[in-house]
Unconditional design. Structure first.
Length: 130
């Protein structure tokens, strides 16, 4: 009898270990990351593609690196463009005017700029051509 009780107890213990004690909580709200999604989301303005390559805050300044691509077969002259720093309500918090000049056909330019202040509340970066 004692031997049968030990076998039954062992079987129950093994069942709990195998099934994980019935715990089947699974996180079904995980965000799926698309490895083919581009890192930079470009916005096309007057035949030029503008995209934020990086944005970071350090030592009292906010830094933004912008990539500008001309995929056309023509040079495009742009004297100035504006970077608009926006919050989550799409309200412009700060602007930065950048001189550009000419973007040659099939050229990619990288513009590195900084602005005084730590703009942690920025949710979106937009561009305007002047």
């Amino acid at each position: 009898m004692k031997k049968n009780l030990n076998i039954v107890f062992s079987l129950i213990l093994v069942m709990f270990l195998v099934t994980g004690c019935g715990c089947n909580k699974k996180d079904t709200n995980k965000e799926v990351v698309d490895p083919n999604k581009p890192v930079i989301n470009y916005k096309t303005i007057k035949n030029l593609k503008f995209g934020t390559a990086s944005f970071y805050v350090s030592n009292g300044k906010t830094y933004v690196d912008t990539t500008i691509i001309n995929e056309t077969n023509n040079d495009i002259k742009i004297e100035k463009f504006t970077i608009l720093f926006k919050d989550s309500n799409n309200k412009t918090i700060k602007t930065l005017d950048v001189s550009l000049d000419v973007v040659k056909k099939k050229e990619t330019k990288n513009i590195n700029e900084s602005i005084d202040g730590e703009l942690y509340e920025i949710a979106n970066i937009d561009y305007e051509i002047k």
